[in-house]
Write a protein that binds this ligand. Structure first.
Ligand code: FMN
Length: 164
């Protein structure tokens, strides 16, 4: 009956969606963890909530499961170097990723980027396994904002916002 779609076809189709580039961070007893992520979505304003989809194979996912907290940092333009580092480029993992960027702490001690266009501090309200990924719905406990443009990603490249 149903048509089959393979993972490669799915990836190339999803690559057409322009995404705002974020770094999702958390804090573990072993230190800070973070990944570059575009799978971030508004859920509801009441209570203020968002969701993120995080690969279960990452230390960030395990850290969020353990700590029950995460932060979402919307990257400024330009900051492709930070995005690539937190995507694992150059082989940096764990704490080493944080050598790039001006990282501060939120009230809960989570890593937030000083020049993030917006940073959301979240407590996990719900968590759901979906294949290779974990969907975390976070209730937002704090927001900080800064003026300037955000970094975009589409077709495996970074892009800049331009007004029409
Ligand atoms: C632009 C971009 C967007 C990404 N979005 C996500 C995402 O939404 N969720 C996710 O789990 N991984 C995403 N990744 C992949 C993770 O960043 C990558 O698997 C992770 O950093 C690997 O970390 P590790 O080497 O410390 O395990 C994305 C990568 C890039 C370059």
């Amino acid at each position: 009956m149903g048509m089959s779609v393979d993972p490669g076809q799915f990836r190339s189709a999803m690559a057409r969606f322009p995404g705002a580039v974020t770094i999702i961070t958390t804090l573990t007893p072993q230190g800070r963890r973070g990944i570059t992520a575009t799978a971030v979505c508004s859920v509801t304003a009441d209570p203020p909530s968002l969701l993120v989809c995080v690969n279960r194979a990452t230390g960030t996912c395990q850290g969020i499961l353990e700590s029950g907290r995460f932060a979402v940092n919307l990257l400024p333009d330009p900051s492709g170097d930070v995005a690539m580092r937190f995507a694992g480029a150059g082989g940096a993992t764990g704490e080493d990723k944080f050598a790039l960027g001006d990282w501060r702490e939120d009230a809960a001690g989570l890593p937030v980027l000083a020049d993030a266009r917006v940073a959301f501090s979240c407590e996990v309200a719900e968590s759901l396994t979906a294949g290779t990924h974990q969907i975390f719905i976070g209730q937002i406990t704090d927001i900080s904002e800064a003026d300037g443009a955000a970094l975009l990603y589409e077709q495996s490249r970074f892009h800049r916002l331009a007004p029409l």
